[in-house]
Design a protein around this ligand. Structure first.
Ligand SMILES: C[S@@+](CC[C@H](N)C(=O)[O-])C[C@H]1O[C@@H](n2cnc3c(N)ncnc32)[C@H](O)[C@@H]1O
Length: 299
């Protein structure tokens, strides 16, 4: 008790904890975010929009099956990371003979729970602890997502969990090109969430004005937000508006050979994540509605 009180009042944690107590997370970013509507997404040329409505019963069975030992950092069965995993798992449908890549997979991953013939984890920062925890059935690739050293057409499924928003400079665009280069015929990549807002934002959670790479974005510094992911994600997050999504991502999808679909994820018809759950109390407003981008290679 004494030690947790001491930790609470440590200078470095003081402001953060005070804001947590006052429920003042995302104090700046929440004021600047208003999601785009399904109709606005449907107006994007050359992509489809669909709903992915999760049935709670089936979802909870999946969680029990894949996470019988729910670790403390995954909080509870309806924690957003598990919804994210369930969504990519179902849209990608991993098979035993698949080559599976978890791109920018460096913190939480379900790779170690898959039976795929070959499993790769790629990230700029993969700790030795994570490698030890996930084990030697996975091959680890320490690289930028903009340049992944895997051969052309060599990967069947690619998951990208809560990461593309952290890709700095032009790594988001370059990653979308890498995805198309790496995917085999019939291969799929699920990028989720994909954050869409009325205003295009590049944000940081530290007082650093250098983290703005696109002249068209609005720079936002919000030290009360964990959305930019702290040091482990480079203290940076990009939130697209429709124009930025099209210019940086969609326009780089070769629509002759690939199909792009944005799915809005629901659970029994309701938006996710559930903000009334304690584990989502510091979740930024922009995380709902929850959407993912699926890129499929046609031939
Ligand atoms: C919020 S974490 C998500 C990690 C993991 N996918 C998960 O769901 O827990 C974002 C990850 O993106 C990685 N990352 C950020 N920019 C990157 C880049 N340009 N190339 C590769 N990885 C990057 C970070 O190192 C970090 O591991």
């Amino acid at each position: 008790m004494a030690s947790s009180l001491k930790k609470f009042f440590q200078l470095s944690n003081y402001k953060y904890n005070l804001l947590l107590l006052l429920n003042k997370h995302n104090s700046r970013i929440n004021k600047l975010t208003e999601s785009v509507s399904p109709d606005e997404i449907k107006s994007i040329a050359g992509i489809s929009f669909e709903y992915f409505d999760i049935e709670t019963g089936k979802y909870l069975d999946w969680v029990k099956n894949y996470y019988p030992d729910l670790p403390p950092e995954l909080h509870e069965p309806k924690f957003k990371k598990l919804i994210e995993f369930y969504t990519s798992f179902h849209l990608l449908d991993p098979q035993d003979d698949d080559v599976f890549l978890d791109a920018a997979g460096g913190i939480h991953s379900y790779l170690n729970r898959l039976d795929c013939t070959k499993k790769y984890m790629q990230d700029m920062r993969i700790s030795d602890e994570l490698k030890q925890h996930l084990g030697s059935t996975i091959e680890y690739i320490d690289s930028n997502a903009a340049n992944i050293p895997l051969p052309d057409s060599s990967v069947d499924k690619i998951s990208v969990h809560h990461s593309i928003e952290h890709f700095q400079q032009n790594s988001d665009t370059q990653f979308v090109l890498e995805v198309q280069r790496m995917l085999s015929a019939g291969g799929k990549c699920c990028i989720g969430p994909i954050f869409l807002n009325q205003v295009y934002i590049e944000m940081t959670d530290i007082n650093d004005h250098s983290m703005k790479f696109d002249e068209k974005s609005k720079r936002v510094i919000d030290t009360t937000s964990i959305f930019p992911g702290g040091e482990t994600s480079g203290n940076y997050a990009r939130i697209y508006d429709i124009e930025a999504l099209v210019r940086r991502v969609i326009d780089h999808v070769d629509r002759q050979n690939f199909r792009a679909t944005i799915y809005e994820v629901l659970m029994d018809g309701k938006s996710v994540p559930d903000f009334s759950l304690k584990c989502h109390r510091d979740t930024a407003k922009v995380e709902s509605p929850y959407r993912v981008l699926l890129i499929e290679r046609l031939k």
